[in-house]
Design a protein around this ligand. Structure first.
Ligand SMILES: [Cu+2]
Length: 258
């Protein structure tokens, strides 16, 4: 009865854990999720086959008397299978892992929207160059100059706005120590190093607010380096850029909303 209770509790915990799983909102995250599931299923199949063979051997060839079983050396076919099958599995897993990795690490096209991210003790700055707003141009004149910035503080967490259904490049820099840009529902994080530029590209497929944070212990207030990624439709993104441009750069700036 105690065992049953323990089993039920474990299953409830597993279900709870499944409910807390990240949402995998980008193409790249979905590819990684698929890869994880393929590897998991392969592992379950191998485990089941090995466990079944083990149980069969234990029952079928258990010791019945003191007679020595037939002794022989080498096994030809069975040894070839023992080496060959695992090698094939490893080659298969390596191949699909590399395909996924290359897709995830795919670099941005010149036309992609770029968001510059700077980590500092202890918050984030997100910068949108008005001449680098992607194909839609953010509703800006093609010759628009200047940049829109969002600067957070530990007490006032910043919001990173990005459009849905198009590739967005994140260019990461640090102005002091090592930080890490971690968005749980991207299933991805990348470090920010002082004196070095890191970049990655994702295409978000769901709109909404997603929690994110620094994932590299970077000082006393590291825990306050949280932010929100807000994925919105392109029209809403353009309207936000246009209003921020007017607010931050003034009407006189060479920013002309079309
Ligand atoms: Cu940090």
């Amino acid at each position: 009865m105690k065992r049953l209770a323990a089993a039920v509790a474990l299953m409830a915990l597993a279900l709870l854990g499944a409910g807390c799983q990240p949402a995998a909102i980008t193409d790249e995250a979905r590819d990684m999720n698929d890869l994880y599931n393929v590897v998991l299923i392969a592992a379950i199949v191998v485990f089941a086959l090995v466990a079944a063979a083990l149980v069969y051997a234990i029952v079928r060839y258990r010791r019945r008397d003191d007679a020595l079983p037939p002794q022989f050396h080498g096994g030809g076919k069975i040894e070839a299978a023992m080496v060959g099958v695992p090698v094939l599995i490893v080659i298969g897993l390596f191949t699909i892992s590399m395909i996924t990795l290359v897709g995830v690490d795919d670099t941005a096209e010149p036309d992609d929207l770029t968001i510059e991210v700077t980590g500092f003790q202890f918050s984030w700055q997100f910068t949108y160059n008005l001449n680098d707003l992607g194909e839609g141009g953010g509703g800006m004149d093609a010759e628009a100059e200047g940049a829109v910035s969002v600067i957070g503080t530990p007490a006032n967490e910043p919001v990173l706005m990005m459009p849905v259904d198009e590739p967005v490049e994140f260019v990461l820099r640090s102005s002091d120590v090592i930080h890490s840009f971690y968005v749980r529902d991207f299933l991805y994080k990348l470090d920010l190093f002082p004196g070095r530029v890191n970049a990655f590209t994702v295409t978000a497929r769901e709109t909404g607010d997603f929690r994110a944070q620094c994932a590299e212990l970077c000082g006393l207030n590291h825990a306050l380096m949280r932010f929100t990624v807000r994925v919105v439709e392109r029209g809403e993104f353009d309207a936000w850029i246009a209003s921020e441009a007017v607010r931050q750069l003034g009407d006189g700036a060479r920013v002309r909303a079309r």
